[in-house]
Design a protein around this ligand. Sequence first.
Ligand code: NAP
Length: 366
Amino acid sequence: MTANIHVFENFNNGAEYILLPVSIFLFLKQTFINIWIEEMKKIKWCILGTGGISRKFAEALKAVENSELYAVGSRTRESAESFAHEFNVTKAYSSYEDAADDPDVDVIYIGTPHNLHCENTLMSLEKGKSVLCEKPLSINGNEVRKMIAKAKEKKLFFMEALWSRFLPNIIKAKELIDSGEIGKVKFLNSCFSVKSSYGPEHRQYNKVLGGGSLLDIGIYNVFLSLFLLGKPKEFIAMAGIGSTDVDNSCSFTFKYDNDTIAVMYSSFMAQCDSIAEIHGEKGKILLPNMFHCPNDVKIIRSDGKEEIIQFKFKSNGYNFEAEEVVKCLLAGQTESKLMTWNDSLDLIDMLDSIRKRCGIIYPEHD
Ligand SMILES: NC(=O)c1ccc[n+]([C@@H]2O[C@H](COP(=O)([O-])OP(=O)(O)OC[C@H]3O[C@@H](n4cnc5c(N)ncnc54)[C@H](OP(=O)(O)O)[C@@H]3O)[C@@H](O)[C@H]2O)c1
């Protein structure tokens, strides 16, 4: 059986502008005006933390219009300067506070371990800066509520960097399900498993840093089921707790109306494909490895017909969440309509409930 393949080239989620010069004079004039407008509305970013995800985000920002990676904050001068050199950043600060104090910074991206998200966000908002904070937004719902309250108090933009929410493939999967392409969904099955070779001090296993598979990668399973199917009526969960007292693996099953079931698993132990399958009454949708940022969306209909939808990105995918931030800031919004504060609350509350059921506790936060 051959599948129909649809490819969307250079998908950039934005408008394309084509200038049609009537004369050289008009062309130059228009170009000058455009450059002036672009400069006027350029959003200046600051990144806190110089680890793995901050590097990917810095790379993605190169592809985001109306954006400039202007500052970086690190715990050490050496890391700040090395990051600044590599990504052509104007200002390098050897503390997060100094970076957030820079009056020219518009928005701060927080790429530190989970346990610092709340502290770093509150500090940044207090200093008058908008915030895009990595997932999970914090360790628990109480902390996330404090962060949202501070954003409201300061009337500043605040959003969770749950990048999958902004990826065209994931959005397409939701559109297909909502439009009834595969009929009523009856079963969702997803696994996010990365065999981790890190030691006990690494943030994946370190309890102080918010270690554990659920908060690090299981969050994508929970996000997918909430995004595609909504909040469950009931759930069960169990975890395998390792020597550092965090969940090395976690499994959870959600039950919805009409007996729709979602079965999910996250792990640092097993080496299985991180795929998601959504089964409906008229067919199924497959999100291949890695399902939270899939290369394509495959639809297999009950009659055997297959269709593959692909999007070719202009960057590494983290550009989409950054584009949403820039769009919201330029429009004067404090909250994204795509990833709302309530969406983040639903997500962290579900993670809290699973943790409670499994006995996963972070004593410094819970
Ligand atoms: N969206 C995604 O796809 C994605 C992917 C990976 C991670 N993440 C999220 O991003 C966050 C960071 O993950 P990562 O993989 O980038 O971690 P990482 O490589 O360990 O980097 C974290 C950075 O945070 C800073 N930091 C502050 N206190 C620290 C401490 N006690 N121990 C270690 N680092 C500390 C360090 O930067 P300085 O030394 O410069 O201060 C460090 O480089 C996590 O919350 C994770 O969930 C998201």
